[in-house]
Design a protein around this ligand. Structure first.
Ligand SMILES: [Zn+2]
Length: 299
């Protein structure tokens, strides 16, 4: 494990501060990522996921993928706000864990990539009985992990610190006033649902799944890949996100811009691919966490 992967560990468990935050993908985005992931879970992983889900989820991981956003307003969970994103220096267009993974008070290890490592470790250590006594809430660990792997794939969750990941860039989405972050969390997906999928989320999920098995088929094994012996790899996902933020999200979206068809139609394929990658990588991470010994090499 290199320095960059270790850099979060020092204060990874100091999740104690009250912080304002920004939301992740909207409900639809998180739902789609988890729905896609469910299709690619191994039998072992699926049965462990079902065992850990709260009963109200009725065995459906996608039903709880926005849980982490819903509870942020609750005083007991204010500490989790900083774990949904990571900010990077303005116009650098790259992510460095040791430089960027901290909260507004510069407490290291309080960011989305460290949270992914942390909840992966909690689930893995319990499943593989690395420690004899289980000290974590594994249901919450699963719900946080599934949500944060989604968040790290939203390009503006690894955006610039100066505009808080696009939250301070006021734009119009067609005739509606909003901000750039919200456009990427929600508006592009909402508009796509209305225009191309008869407002039916399942049709959009199906279209993305068709692309995974068809157009993107040759890329999928590279999406799954993780550094040797690693269970999860959020740092490269964050690097991809900020590079896409520069190339697609911030481009032609300065304050006061009116974003319409040319922006919508050119960015939608970017978002659809990020949702696919989020789903595939969530499944791969869960498959590695819940792999029986000896089956790891096949995943
Ligand atoms: Zn979030």
């Amino acid at each position: 494990m290199g320095q960059s992967e270790l850099c979060w560990t020092a204060n990874a468990f100091l999740f104690l501060l009250f912080l304002p935050g920004i939301l992740g993908w909207g409900r639809e985005g998180h739902y789609m990522i988890c729905k896609i992931a469910e299709k690619y879970l191994t039998e072992d992983a699926l049965s462990m996921v079902k065992e850990l889900l709260p009963s109200y989820a009725e065995g459906d991981l996608a039903a709880v993928c926005s849980w982490a956003d819903e509870l942020r307003a609750h005083p007991d969970y204010h500490w989790s706000g900083a774990l949904h994103y990571v900010d990077t220096p303005d116009f650098f267009c790259n992510y460095k864990c040791s430089r960027d993974c901290h909260d507004n008070y510069r407490h290291k290890g309080r960011c989305v990539t460290a949270a992914i490592y942390n909840y992966t470790m909690q689930l893995e250590s319990a499943y593989k009985e690395i420690t004899s006594e289980i000290k974590y809430n594994l249901t919450e660990a699963l719900m946080f992990l599934s949500h944060f792997i989604g968040d790290v794939h939203q390009p503006l969750h690894v955006g610039f610190v100066g505009d808080i990941g696009g939250n301070l860039i006021k734009v119009s989405w067609y005739r509606r006033r909003t901000n750039l972050h919200h456009v990427w969390d929600t508006m592009i997906i909402d508009s796509a649902l209305k225009r191309f999928y008869h407002s039916n989320l399942l049709l959009m999920i199906q279209a993305i799944q068709n692309n995974i098995s068809d157009e993107w088929h040759n890329e999928v094994s590279a999406w799954r890949n993780c550094t040797v012996n690693q269970t999860t790899c959020p740092n490269p996902y964050a690097s991809e996100s900020v590079s896409m933020a520069c190339k697609y999200a911030y481009k032609n979206a300065t304050p006061g811009s009116v974003l319409e068809d040319s922006y919508f139609l050119s960015r939608l394929p970017v978002i659809e691919k990020r949702l696919a990658q989020g789903g595939i990588r969530l499944a791969s991470t869960l498959n590695r966490i819940f792999a029986s010994e000896g089956k790891v090499a096949e995943i």
